[in-house]
Design a protein around this ligand. Sequence first.
Ligand SMILES: Nc1ncnc2c1ncn2[C@@H]1O[C@H](COP(=O)(O)OP(=O)(O)OP(=O)(O)O)[C@@H](O)[C@H]1O
Ligand SMILES: CC(=O)N[C@H]1[C@@H]2OC[C@@H](O2)[C@@H](O)[C@@H]1O[C@H](C)C(=O)O
Length: 377
Amino acid sequence: MWQLTEVQRLKTRIVAGLMSGTSMDGIDVCICEIQTDPWQCCWLTAQTIPYSEGLRFSLSQSQGNLAQIAHWHRQIGEAFAEALATVLADFPTELHLIGSHGQTVYHEHQKTTLQLGEAAFLAERFGCPVVSDFRIHDVAVGGSGAPLVPYVDARLFGHLQRSLLALNLGGIANFTLVADGQAITALDCGPANMVLDELARLFSRGKTQIDRNGYWAGQGRVRREWLEYLMNHYFIHQPPPKSAGREQFGGLFVQELINHTNPGSTTSWYDLFATVTHFTAVAIFDHYQTWIKPQQEITEVIVSGGGVHNPILMQELAQIFHPIPISTSAKYGINPDSKEALAFAILASERIDGKPTNIPAVTGAKRPVLLGKITEL
Ligand SMILES: Nc1ncnc2c1ncn2[C@@H]1O[C@H](COP(=O)(O)OP(=O)(O)OP(=O)(O)O)[C@@H](O)[C@H]1O
Ligand SMILES: CC(=O)N[C@H]1[C@@H]2OC[C@@H](O2)[C@@H](O)[C@@H]1O[C@H](C)C(=O)O
């Protein structure tokens, strides 16, 4: 059993980070060792544990009355604890601290944000302090509560002493500009996998959740008029600070896209996959050109998130950013599938050391604040 004050005194801590992103595909778990002075983080193990089908389906409907929300809060907390127990069964270690992002179930830019998954279930099961609910304090000081990974991008890539984009391809595509060892700015750019996943569900009539390895996109061609329609979405042209989620690019957006494009044949479905995949790359590049390049040219794009497994998307990015090289975070020893989980382990450790981790230039907050609430034993 670890008390908060004891963990605060440790110069080297074993910390677990837990995250379920907008794709709601499962719970990403990462265990790492963090040294506080000089700061160093060493990745130990990571795994993604799928949500049970029932919970995933229920969450993806994203409509809940108060009773439903209260049950989700407990069920997600227990599912996160179960996921961590599964990883610890394969990698037995003592844990000093847990950082748990929970599941975002609602997010409205600079107005409110809600992550579910009660931390007390984790604290009780693993006998250590848990930091959770990372976003809302930033909202309380006028920020959007997202993105929070930029602080970590600076920690992980700042030492490279180059200007680079750390790009994450999760449900949403977002990047951080790291230059001079700092996170200068960061943006959500639009969907990465969220729209493709929903299209895959509809096209396969629920048999698959993803366009695996870009198989369908690879057989289609980009339709200019559809691309134009997608690029006209208000979010693409909104100035930063900006953050997105299912509210912008979830089921409703996809339904409107289907109504607009009306894909009748298999060929037109393939074209839709190709166009949306291309749109993802174009929207990312467009955000770079508009908001980053005028102030800072970059020398590399370091990609993480599930989208690294989609070769068509990665090819599109390589072509559009050429001659700027595209690599994955694996090149720097960071598993692309667990960077965000690792991030919440790092944010938790900073929290108990009393370090503010929101970046006002990124979220629009009035000032830096401590992110996350601590559940103690
Ligand atoms: N082999 C693959 N082929 C194509 N796409 C893949 C493959 N493997 C994973 N993906 C995509 O990656 C997604 C999961 O990515 P990730 O776990 O990074 O998202 P997330 O963390 O939920 O999202 P966010 O970062 O926006 O919160 C899947 O939903 C899928 O679309
Ligand atoms: C409100 C919320 O959960 N936002 C997520 C989401 O998923 C990607 C993007 O949109 C990013 O803004 C954020 O997550 C990452 C982990 C972040 O805070 O940096």
